[in-house]
Design a protein around this ligand. Structure first.
Ligand code: HEM
Length: 119
């Protein structure tokens, strides 16, 4: 089961690259907004994160989750996903939405690394 967990962790990093990459690539564009890659990256983060927590909580692998950190990350990614859906339906520029999603993504990285998702 560790192999499956690690496979989802790899997908989690790919989702992170999509979300942050979709944000970063627009840094010098006057038409900043929410692109498809950002939305798909957010959904990838949500699904892969929940699957990893599910596998760990089932006791199939020897990892204990840091529940408050998981809860905060989940809340933030839900906000990102809602904002990405809203932004995707509107024509660019959507600078405020774009910036908020980028900032929340970076906050989630900082929380994951400094607070630790796993105990
Ligand atoms: C924008 C959304 C997210 C970002 C940017 C993000 C970022 C990260 C990063 C950078 C790591 C690696 C941390 C490390 O190894 O030190 C990580 C790991 C992890 N994240 Fe996320 N994450 C997001 C959403 C979520 C969500 C919603 C969940 C669960 C509900 C989640 C659960 C996990 C888990 C279980 C790990 C694996 C820890 C391990 O086994 O080393 N993540 N995430």
């Amino acid at each position: 089961m560790l192999f499956v967990y690690n496979a989802f962790l790899v997908l989690h990093f790919i989702g992170l690259a999509m979300l942050l990459g979709g944000f970063m690539v627009q840094m010098s564009s006057p038409d900043k907004g929410v692109n498809r890659t950002m939305l798909e990256g957010a959904l990838t983060q949500l699904v892969t994160g929940v699957v990893m927590v599910g596998i760990a909580s089932s006791g199939a692998i020897d990892e204990k989750m840091n529940d408050p950190v998981v809860g905060i990350k989940l809340l933030i990614v839900l906000v990102i996903t809602v904002l990405a859906f809203i932004g995707k339906r509107k024509a660019p520029p959507q600078v405020a939405l774009w910036a908020t999603i980028g900032a929340l993504t970076i906050i989630n990285i900082l929380i994951a690394v400094f607070a630790g998702v796993v105990k």
